[in-house]
Design a protein around this ligand. Structure first.
Ligand code: NAD
Ligand code: MN
Length: 495
């Protein structure tokens, strides 16, 4: 007796026009059906875009501070419903409750930041080169935003996009990942309870091929904010070029933690365990490479494997669980295939390596926390995003070598260095090519009010989070106001 969920279009809950549905199951126990969701198509997207387009003409005229008031209400409701949302999130995608609570908290922080931004959305005034003339640049809303998100942060990532989009005066057509439609539905529910006007936010569930494509190619959608894999991101970029949409892409990562000989090893150990195996390694910022200086390499590897082997796998709703399942079977298989690749490449398996077995793990997509030592920078397990609980350890001699290895990937999202030497830390900040660098902290742990994003093939140069995301969701309009009462010609009458 699974619950049946719907799309939300123009302020009403509706089925897919085709009547088709898909199932959403618990990855820790595939017998637990979370619900059925509409398997939508182009015709559903068309209706959502029409609603969003109509709503835009009213919503753009609502004063930004009033839009901010709505954001504050949304944040308040999320505070009240935090535990309920976190539990459902764990049930549908597997990460442990402490982490799903954190995921909701990031949404709350983003809501309150947006509430404050409603009273800022700063423009600029500058002097005109002519007398009796006033010059300024103001931010204006753009139109309908298509929002496409992955499953690993089912609340945080949608809110990073939807809240600034809506606060800026845009309206939204949102397609969440089909592994996490329930959390997305709860977000819409929260926005509805807060009183969001009809058509401002619309959700269309379904697959990337159908719903995603229809959004990206729709002529009446003005901008796309996408988080997901680099491969799909490139497709979206190509497709969106046809209608010259503004596109923000947050894509894959192959993040590394450096541990220097002078590091606090206990601290570095806690950091790498959290970075590599938190969220079962399924974070865009997960630590997937560990680069250790030779003086502490063997000792640190020993400490690490001992702790990694003790990590408790299980249902994320159980208090003792430290590592949840992979999100689905195909993700588990990807992890397994990389374990085989690592072995064939000649790396040494020092922890894990298999599908996890044991009491309570029989009906879930669990994979053992896995560590490869003796990894060479040229190996595939050192270069490709695995998106699972697999850590590749590389031994290096110097800081220069460490940074060279760290930078030797097509990605550039997050990075970390553990050292007690401030000179080394600042050199690393200067030379590491990533959008985020942590010193004496793991590669994960972004805060909602700082710019978030990566360089190289992790993205296309935009930033989410903080003040920077508002540059994506607004257009700059330059305004010249001449109060001289006569024609004044710039560059001519003043020189
Ligand atoms: P994915 O690329 O498979 O899917 C992401 C979203 O795109 C889903 O909603 C999916 O349905 C949709 N989609 C799929 N095909 C599409 C198409 N042709 N057109 C339009 N939309 C389409 O990624 P995933 O497996 O859900 O998430 C994991 C990936 O996301 C990893 O690569 C990870 O690094 C990345 N990620 C990046 C960040 C970041 O901020 N850089 C954050 C989280 C996840
Ligand atoms: Mn699910």
């Amino acid at each position: 007796m699974a619950t049946k969920f719907q799309n939300f279009i123009n302020g009403r809950w509706v089925d897919a026009k085709s009547g088709r549905t898909f199932e959403n199951r618990n990855p820790a126990n595939w017998n637990d059906l979370v619900g059925t969701f509409p398997k939508s198509g182009k015709e559903d997207v068309d209706e959502a875009v029409n609603a969003a387009r109509t709503a835009f003409e009213k919503w753009r005229l609502v004063p930004a501070p009033a839009r901010g008031d709505l954001m504050r209400k949304i944040g308040d409701i999320m505070v009240r419903r935090k535990e309920e949302i976190a539990r459902e999130m764990t049930r549908e995608m597997g990460k442990v409750l402490a982490e799903t609570r954190g995921d909701v908290q990031e949404g709350i922080d983003t809501a309150y930041y947006a509430a404050g931004e409603g009273r800022r959305l700063f423009g600029k005034t500058v002097p005109s080169e002519l007398r009796n003339k006033f010059a300024m640049a103001i931010r204006v809303p753009i139109g309908v935003a298509g929002i496409i998100t992955p499953w690993n942060f089912p609340m945080a990532i949608p809110t990073w996009k939807i809240f600034p989009a809506v606060l800026s005066g845009n309206t939204v057509v949102f397609k969440p990942a089909s592994d996490t439609p329930k959390t997305a539905t709860m977000l819409i529910d929260v926005m509805m309870e807060a009183g969001i006007p009809e058509g401002v936010v619309n959700i269309v569930h379904g697959g990337g091929g159908e719903v995603g494509n229809a959004i990206v190619s729709h002529p009446d959608i003005d901008l796309i904010s996408f988080t997901g894999s680099t491969e799909i991101g490139k497709n979206i970029s190509r497709m969106a070029a046809e209608t010259l949409k503004r596109v923000s892409l947050e894509l894959g990562g192959k993040n590394a933690q450096i541990v220097m000989d002078d590091a606090d090893l206990d601290l570095a150990l806690d950091g790498v365990l959290w970075g590599a195996f938190g969220t079962t390694g399924q974070r865009c910022t997960a630590t997937s490479r560990l680069i250790v200086q030779e003086g502490v390499h063997d000792k640190f590897l020993g400490m690490l494997t001992e702790r990694a082997k003790k990590l408790r796998l299980g249902d994320g709703l159980l208090p003792a669980t430290e590592v949840g399942p992979c999100v689905n079977q195909s993700q588990q298989q990807t992890v397994q295939s990389y374990v085989e690749i690592g072995k064939k490449e000649g790396a040494t398996l020092v922890a894990g390596g298999g599908i996890a077995k044991g009491a309570g793990l029989e009906n879930g997509w669990f994979h053992e926390p896995t560590i490869f030592a003796g990894v060479k920078p040229s190996m595939r397990i050192a270069k490709e995003e695995i998106f699972g609980p697999v850590l590749s350890v590389v031994r290096i001699k110097t800081l220069e070598e460490a940074i060279g290895v760290l930078n030797d990937t097509i990605y550039g999202l997050s990075s970390s260095i553990y050292t007690r030497d401030v000179n080394k830390a600042f050199a690393a900040i200067r030379d590491i090519k990533t959008g985020i660098t942590y010193v004496n902290a793991p590669t994960i742990g972004a805060e909602a009010h700082l710019p978030f994003g990566g360089v190289k093939q992790t993205g296309n140069g935009h930033r989410e989070g903080g003040w920077t995301v508002y540059d994506f969701f607004t257009e700059w309009k330059a305004v010249y106001f001449d109060y001289s009462g006569s024609l004044q010609r710039a560059q001519i009458d003043n020189y």
